[in-house]
Design a protein around this ligand. Structure first.
Ligand code: ADP
Length: 183
């Protein structure tokens, strides 16, 4: 049975096939979860990000790329770039949805079974947390219904506010395709 698990804590300690990084378009690391992943993953992660930059000049908003996880307990890091919230009139919802879909597609293409997401765009990028949680959850549940390889998705909430929002939203999910755990 496919499952979605809610976790409160630090994504860098997750033992899954891939953790997702809320990166920026430069792929060179930054603050928040991006900083934590690069600090703990070590130089191998940054080296591969630099190779991707050399090939394609970074990562556009809504797109995703994959690297090794270096010293982290997961096997890979999927770096995706969420939108910066402006006023809701700059395709922010669509771009956030794309960030989740393209990360999940990459995991599926690489035949990965388990993947952990942070709350993309809800930190420095200021995306409203309720809306961001709805997009993350509905996009993921929809994707999982037809996934061949992705069996287990973790939503890792670092801050209590996001955790409570996810707990409430996940409790309302009504599907027989995916089991909801950790709520
Ligand atoms: P963005 O620029 O996409 O908003 P941030 O890293 O600023 O990215 O914030 C995204 C989310 O990541 C926020 O909800 C923040 O609380 C969370 N976060 C920060 N550090 C970690 C971590 N170590 N593990 C999981 N989530 C984290």
């Amino acid at each position: 049975m496919k499952s979605i698990r809610l976790i409160q804590g630090d994504i860098t300690i997750q033992k899954v096939d891939a953790i997702v990084n809320a990166a920026n378009t430069s792929l060179l690391g930054g603050g928040g979860v991006d900083g934590a992943i690069h600090r703990k993953g070590g130089s191998e992660v940054l080296d591969e990000c630099q190779q991707i930059r050399a090939q394609q000049g970074g990562c556009a908003v809504g797109e995703a790329v994959m690297t090794t996880a270096g010293l982290l307990p997961s096997h890979y890091v999927i770096h995706t770039v969420g939108p910066t919230w402006q006023d809701g009139q700059h395709e922010e919802n669509q771009l956030l949805q794309n960030a989740y879909i393209n990360s999940l597609k990459l995991a599926e293409q690489k035949h990965l079974q388990s993947i952990a997401f942070p709350n993309i765009s809800t930190g420095v990028y200021r995306f409203p947390k309720f809306e961001a949680a709805d997009i993350a959850i509905t996009t993921t549940v929809d994707f999982m219904k037809n996934a061949q390889h992705v069996q287990e998705v973790h939503f890792v909430c670092f801050d209590v506010e996001n955790f409570k929002i996810y707990r409430q939203r996940l409790a309302q999910i009504d599907t027989s395709d995916v089991q909801i755990l950790g709520i």
